[in-house]
Write a protein that binds this ligand. Structure first.
Ligand code: MLT
Length: 204
């Protein structure tokens, strides 16, 4: 038996009750972020699905019409599908449903942000590297018990600082506790992102 609905995924059992939900960027796969997950928390379980959309052969979590222009209907459908998978995987692997931390990079961070806004019951915390505003929900969720760390690059050609600030404001309006950190970097992840996110996670 596998979780239903299913995604191709990697699962690594940890020895604490925390689970990191690892969400890769465009062109990544379920194996990509396993080393990052281990670095962020050596004891957590790791759940790492592969996005189901293919863009020129590159896996993603939802369709886009152009760089930074999202297919909102597909995004909503894919967000719910991913949230249902996480809930099923939590049951299947006997994980603590209230200890799931989303860790997303780029496209993965965008679907994580979408899940926070549309399915707030899935994650109690999130680390979002190079995230954008995925959508504006009709009704803001109550994220008052959710802690979010956002890592942005101050020379990111894909996510300008104004976009990061819009996301921070949106999540704060929903009541989330948001920490934002600008690193001297472009869109790619740096050691500084990882060590700062790891320190933040330790304090959660
Ligand atoms: C997206 O499509 O989610 C963003 O543009 C980031 C990317 O994947 O390049």
């Amino acid at each position: 038996m596998r979780p239903q609905p299913d995604f191709l995924h990697e699962f690594v059992h940890g020895n604490s009750d925390r689970t990191l939900l690892l969400l890769h960027g465009t062109g990544g796969n379920e194996r990509d972020l396993i080393p990052l997950g281990r670095e962020l928390d050596p004891n957590a379980s790791l759940l790492s699905p592969r996005g189901k959309i293919l863009e020129n052969g590159m896996p993603r979590f939802f369709r886009r019409l152009a760089e930074g222009v999202f297919d909102l209907e597909d995004l909503k459908t894919r967000t719910n599908e991913l949230a249902d998978f996480v809930a099923a995987a939590v049951r299947h692997y006997h994980l603590a449903a209230d200890r799931v931390v989303g860790v997303g990079y780029s496209n993965g961070a965008n679907i994580a942000a979408s899940m926070l806004l549309l399915r707030p019951e899935i994650m109690h915390a999130a680390i979002l590297f190079r995230a954008m505003v995925p959508l504006i929900p009709d009704k803001l969720p109550d994220l008052s018990s959710v802690h979010i760390w956002i890592g942005a690059g101050d020379q990111d050609p894909i996510v300008p600082a104004s976009e990061t600030k819009r996301l921070v404001e949106l999540l704060r309006r929903a009541g989330a506790d948001v920490t934002v950190r600008f690193t001297q970097a472009a869109h790619g992840l740096t050691n500084d992102d990882v060590t700062t996110a790891r320190d933040w996670l330790k304090s959660r």
